[in-house]
Design a protein around this ligand. Structure first.
Ligand SMILES: N[C@@H](Cc1c[nH]c[nH+]1)C(=O)O
Length: 316
């Protein structure tokens, strides 16, 4: 961010400080404990787990081995806690930290994040708390917002049917992420894919809207076991939302692709009408914990602090 003057920069810092206190308050009120994640990640370990993160976007440091300045805080927390995990532990953690991204000519971007992780709780109780807390935060800082809900199980189950190579799947995911219908169609034309599956992929971007309607629309198409699991998880969330005043601020998007590959279950993304980018993102990621030796239920999300500040210009 470029400031006009020192005075402007200080005003911005002051405002950011006040905002961080307000966000912090929401986590503390819900019994989350603050932690300070490590700034460094082992480069090889990180890319082995997060295959879709472009290596050129990482800020590398050469010491005895190659390290990176953390591109993701969730990976860093899980790597540190899971090897010491004791059965039946339930932890609710939050952090206020920075992730680093190498943007080439534009330089290194420091992205200030707030985030939380709810670990050790498998049941819908955790999913529900995370969805509600993300909506509490979105509501606090702007008038027009939406929480999109997707399912990694649904989309991964669908892509599994294509039987394509990992790099081809990643390419397709990036086209879906950009919601580029024409390119998606052109790309899958090349493969020898069953007609029914092609039909779902062509219609994937339309599987978007009211959660109940989207689930029933998706059920009319072919589904495999993983896709069904995804729809069942969404049904649970949908049942909870029915009773909530927040339902009108939610939307289901079955074409949602997570920023990271570790999601396994529901995914969420939060947007404000007056900010062009995603402000909040997260989801369930139990499988990431298995990479570090133990299967622990895990769900969380992060918020872009500067994005929240931009959105709040519209705050009532
Ligand atoms: N670390 C994720 C957000 C998240 C937290 N917990 C789960 N997901 C991100 O940066 O987008």
């Amino acid at each position: 961010m470029r400031y006009l003057s020192i005075e402007n920069e200080l005003n911005y810092s002051k405002k950011r400080y006040e905002f961080t206190k307000e966000i912090e308050y929401i986590f503390v009120k819900n019994n989350y404990i603050q932690i300070k994640p490590s700034i460094f990640e082992d480069y090889d370990n990180f890319i082995a787990i997060n295959k879709r993160t472009p290596t050129k976007s990482m800020v590398k440091i050469v010491s005895d081995k190659i390290l990176v300045l953390r591109p993701d805080i969730t990976t860093s927390i899980i790597k540190s806690l899971i090897p010491r995990w004791e059965d039946d532990l339930v932890l609710k953690l939050f952090y206020h930290s920075t992730v680093y991204k190498n943007e080439g000519k534009e330089g290194i971007k420091e992205i200030r994040q707030f985030g939380c992780e709810y670990l050790g709780e498998k049941s819908i109780k955790a999913d529900s708390e995370i969805v509600n807390m993300s909506l509490d935060i979105l509501k606090k800082f702007g008038k027009k917002f939406i929480l999109e809900i997707g399912s990694s199980n649904y989309i991964n189950g669908l892509l599994r049917e294509l039987n394509i190579k990992e790099h081809q799947e990643n390419k397709l995911k990036s086209l879906i992420l950009r919601k580029n219908k024409i390119e998606i169609k052109d790309y899958i034309e090349k493969f020898n894919i069953n007609k029914e599956i092609k039909e779902i992929i062509y219609n994937l971007l339309e599987l978007n809207g009211d959660i109940e309607e989207v689930i029933s629309k998706a059920r009319k198409f072919y589904t495999n076991d993983l896709m069904n699991k995804g729809l069942e998880e969404l049904e649970e969330i949908s049942t909870l939302l029915k009773k909530s005043e927040y339902k009108k601020y939610t939307n289901c998007d079955l074409s949602m692709v997570g920023k990271f590959d570790y999601y396994e279950g529901i995914m969420i993304k939060g947007y404000y009408a007056n900010v062009y980018k995603e402000i909040l993102s997260g989801g369930r990621y139990d499988s990431l914990t298995e990479e570090f030796g133990k299967s622990v239920p895990a769900i969380g999300f992060c918020i872009d602090v500067d994005g929240i500040m931009e959105a709040s210009k519209d705050r009532s």
